[in-house]
Write a protein that binds this ligand. Structure first.
Ligand code: PFF
Length: 502
């Protein structure tokens, strides 16, 4: 018999910490600061806040709310939307997206582990770019050259899976433990790093890029697309996760308030991370006499090249700051991975209660590890870039758009609002209904079309077409097909009666 007793979180705070742990991740530290830098500093932040209000808040309330009111993870909750049509496949699509995200997210987390272990020696000090691409990744010149298999990455990935297994086999109790004891760690570490940044000479030069607005950029589609995309990624929407966590929340809890706190916590993490990063980059630029624009790198390069280099040049205990940074990244990544795993394990066990949690975890880890092998060769970084682009750039938003349309119009959304209001005796404005039904679907559709338009105009990353088709479109096709297969093969299982709280 299943060991997945659907134990609820023991308090709303544990739920909030778990959800903040999912939301605050690698994306807050390398994606948010870089997007802000590229899109006019504070102007980006304004666009981001507007997107949080009109997309992030209602959507998080929708996903958590569907989980909370049905006590089911994404597929089961979507299955409740219509009696006539089997809409569980939309939930499974989200779950499959989270599966691909996990398979590369854990590889990046293994690089972070390696950097944390190497922090005392800081072998990247002399040439951080050469270290990351050549010495560490063994990156090949092009995606067509496979290169050598990176055994060290594999070893750390296995180690991370073991840590995840240890936590996740305990179900809600394991997730709660991580939420209580690990979620706060990166906040403390990043805060220390940010305070240190503020006192460095020249930090103002870097912080200017993060905080001063460039109003002209506020009126471009690019800034709004970037802000909405980041809201989706950072709040872990469209990937089944927030349904799964919502399903572990007691029905009486005031979800509206919890969601506001989750969003505030996640945004705080991005702001502290950005301050820590741009202060140090400013210091490095000024002390080397070069413009800040020359020391900033986009994407993964920010976390593994520009920032480690800048930290290594600090006048005071650089290796400790370096260790603090990579530990912050590792803990951020770990809490997000816990949620990525739960997003898939919860619905599988709910659909087939005869399976044990241990068995499901082992099979799920084996499958994601197999996909992950793709990212451990010399061309792994290119592969990772493609799979990330098609999952977080397209699939999360596509799944989100389907959820908004289907729940908005067919459930309908007023039903969800009434359920939430009745359960927790709070009032939710009718604006929520309109945002889900009328505002969010066109926004997501517009984002998707603009993304398709850009990708058709310039082949993404200039990768050969066959790779984009096979690993990009192939992943999307896999998600579509497997979501149907899972819907047919895993019908709605009977839930065991819920036991008392953990
Ligand atoms: N929200 C996390 C971040 O910002 O890094 C990571 C994440 C987890 C993204 C799960 C997407 C997802 F489905």
């Amino acid at each position: 018999m299943s060991t997945d007793v659907r134990q609820k979180f023991s308090s709303p705070w544990v739920f909030i910490l778990a959800a903040v742990g999912s939301a605050a991740g690698l994306g807050n530290v390398w994606r948010f600061p870089y997007l802000a830098y590229e899109n006019g500093g504070a102007s980006f932040f304004i666009a981001y806040l507007v997107c949080l209000a009109i997309v992030g808040f209602p959507f998080l309330l929708l996903e958590n709310g569907m989980g909370q009111t049905t006590s089911k993870a994404a597929p089961g909750a979507m299955g409740e939307v219509s009696k006539k049509y089997n809409l569980r496949f939309i939930g499974w699509m989200g779950v499959l997206v989270s599966m691909f995200i996990l398979s590369y997210y854990i590889v990046i987390a293994s690089w972070v582990t390696n950097y944390a272990i190497n922090s005392p020696a800081m072998p990247w000090q002399a040439d951080s770019s050469q270290y990351f691409y050549q010495s560490f990744l063994g990156l090949t010149d092009s995606i067509t050259q496979k290169g050598a298999f990176n055994l060290l990455t594999f070893v750390f990935v296995v180690f991370l899976y073991m840590a995840l297994f240890f936590v996740m086999r305990q179900g809600t109790q394991g997730i709660s433990g991580v939420a209580r004891f690990i979620t706060p760690i990166p906040f403390v570490l990043l805060m220390l790093l940010a305070i240190n940044s503020l006192f460095l000479s020249g930090s103002a030069a870097g912080l200017k890029f993060f905080f001063l607005p460039d109003w002209s950029k506020l009126f471009t589609l690019k800034i709004w697309a970037a802000a909405a995309g980041q809201v989706f990624f950072t709040l872990s929407l469209g990937a089944g996760m927030m349904f799964a966590y919502g399903s572990l929340l007691n029905k009486k809890v005031n979800l509206k308030r919890a969601v506001l706190i989750i969003i505030a916590g996640d945004t705080l993490c991005s702001l502290i991370g950005g301050t820590a990063i741009f202060g140090v980059l400013g210091h490095m630029a000024v002390s080397q006499g070069v413009p800040v624009t020359e020391v900033v790198k986009g994407g993964i390069g920010l976390a593994f090249i520009a920032y480690p280099k800048a930290l290594s040049l600090l006048p005071f205990i650089p290796s400790i700051f370096s260790l603090a940074f990579f530990l912050a990244l590792l803990t951020l990544a770990f809490t997000s991975m816990v949620s990525l795993v739960e997003a898939a394990v919860a619905p599988i066990i709910q659909s087939k209660p005869s399976l044990t949690r241990t068995k499901v975890l082992l099979v799920y880890f084996a499958i994601t590890l197999c996909f992950g092998l793709l990212f451990m060769r010399g061309n792994g970084l290119y592969m990772l870039d493609i799979v990330d682009h098609f999952t977080s750039g397209y699939m999360m938003m596509f799944v989100g758009m389907l959820e908004a349309i289907i729940i908005g119009w067919f459930y309908p959304i007023s039903q969800l609002r009434t359920n939430l209001e009745n359960n927790s005796q709070t009032k939710i404005s009718q604006i929520f209904d309109w945002l889900i039904k009328l505002v969010i679907p066109p926004i997501l559709a517009l984002l998707l079309f603009s993304q398709i338009h850009t990708d058709l105009a310039h082949r993404y990353g200039d990768y050969p077409m066959e790779y984009l088709v096979f690993y990009g479109l192939g992943v999307m096709a896999f998600v579509f097909i497997m979501s149907i297969v899972l819907t047919r093969s895993l019908p709605n299982g009977k839930l065991a009666p819920p036991p008392a709280s953990a």
